[in-house]
Design a protein around this ligand. Structure first.
Ligand code: ZN
Length: 378
């Protein structure tokens, strides 16, 4: 067993991992799963949690419901200052053995290990003085069945982070499954990843409303294999309605964001495709992301993080859904502009416009599709 297990370093943390998880194309499930490609995802966690706890007036307790070999949790305990307790849970005893070894080699004492079904684990922490100030749900596939108990295990004013990896469902390949898991359906568009994130947030919103909880997204990120949201939890009912529909016109590229279903395009009268119900509120909190950006300097994380955070700050406040350069070029039948130039042209025409963290050739603007096309026509 021992030669199959090796030590790797991520950030400032030593992690004991199955050797094959570093060499095989797809990391094996046995003896335990570890995905080295999720480093950027974990880097963002360290940044977000560190920023969150700086302003949090309460105990720094991290609950990791589906910890696996504990990579994220061990990094939290090692790389963030003054963490009081990290409690990791999994059903796989082999994975937990590796987590214990990793806690040991990083000389950590502020941890507990739990071997339980995830909702049972969260239930043990759902009483008032046993909740976490940060609670993480990072499953294979959809997080929908764990959100309820994760919210209950998050203290008032705390943070819940949620990952989804059931990309086919979130991208519109199986709409029945999407409705079952997320209460809404996606539409296939150039901005499918934003629709996917909004479906996950919509599902959290439905559950939070049922529990008289207010949920507020602070930050979202995504890469090839995952979507992830960082959500502030307040134990009081939400007065605002932030569930709605995003509709899209395949014919002219127009979009609509409404509390109710709109099925006819107001630009070309064609029939709209409708996604939702989903979250139509904000994806980013500007102050929180600025704090995250400040944290980057003090942490050992990927250089990409700062660039992405800068884009989040710029796009905060702009409307849902982004446009891509090639989408506009194919409508106007002309060569696409460079991204910076396209944004400048929109701004010079009196519109707000920015890059988006969700797509390298994407931009957000408050201009309508026909205005965008006439401004960005070569
Ligand atoms: Zn249209």
């Amino acid at each position: 067993m021992s030669s199959d297990i090796i030590e790797t370093v991520e950030g400032k943390t030593k992690i004991r991992v199955p050797n094959r998880s570093l060499t095989d194309k797809v990391p094996p499930m046995e003896p335990a799963f570890f995905n080295p490609k999720a480093k950027l995802n974990r880097d963002f966690s360290i940044i977000a949690y560190s920023a969150f706890w700086k302003k949090f007036d309460g105990p720094k307790i991290f609950l990791d419901g589906l910890t696996g070999i504990g990579a994220r949790a061990i990094r939290v305990a090692t790389e963030i200052n003054n963490v009081e307790k990290v409690i990791v849970n999994d059903v796989n005893p082999n994975a937990l053995d590796l987590a214990r070894e990793s806690f040991k080699i990083n000389k950590l004492k502020n941890f507990e290990v739990s071997e339980n079904e995830v909702c049972r684990f969260f239930s043990l922490h759902s009483k008032k003085n046993s909740r976490g100030s940060i609670v993480d749900v990072d499953p294979f596939g959809s997080p929908s069945k764990y959100i309820d108990c994760a919210i209950r295990a998050t203290m008032h004013g705390g943070l819940m982070s949620v990952t989804a990896t059931d990309l086919q469902v979130l991208h519109g390949l199986f709409n029945k499954a999407a409705r079952r898991r997320y209460h809404g359906i996606p539409i296939k568009t150039k901005f499918s990843n934003e629709i996917a994130i909004r479906l996950v947030l919509g599902c959290v919103n439905v559950i939070a409303n049922r529990l008289d909880i207010t949920m507020t997204p602070l930050f979202v990120d995504n890469a090839m294999h995952y979507y992830r949201a960082y959500i502030k939890i307040l134990t009081r009912p939400d007065q605002d309605e932030k569930l709605g529909y995003i509709s899209y016109c395949k014919h002219c590229g127009a979009r609509n964001v409404e509390n109710m279903i709109v099925s006819q395009c107001d630009n070309c009268n064609d029939k709209l495709q409708v996604g939702g119900p989903l979250w139509i509120g904000k994806l980013f909190d500007k102050e929180f992301i600025s704090m995250m950006k400040n944290e980057v300097k003090e942490l050992q994380v990927d250089k990409k993080c700062e660039k992405i955070l800068e884009k989040c700050i710029d796009e905060e406040g702009l409307p849902p859904t982004y446009y891509t350069l090639d989408e506009i070029a194919s409508i106007t039948k002309s060569a696409p502009f460079a991204l910076d130039k396209a944004i400048k042209k929109l701004q010079n025409s009196g519109y707000n416009a920015s890059k988006t963290s969700l797509n390298p050739t994407g931009f957000r603007t408050n201009a309508k599709i026909n205005e965008i096309c006439s401004i960005l026509k070569n």
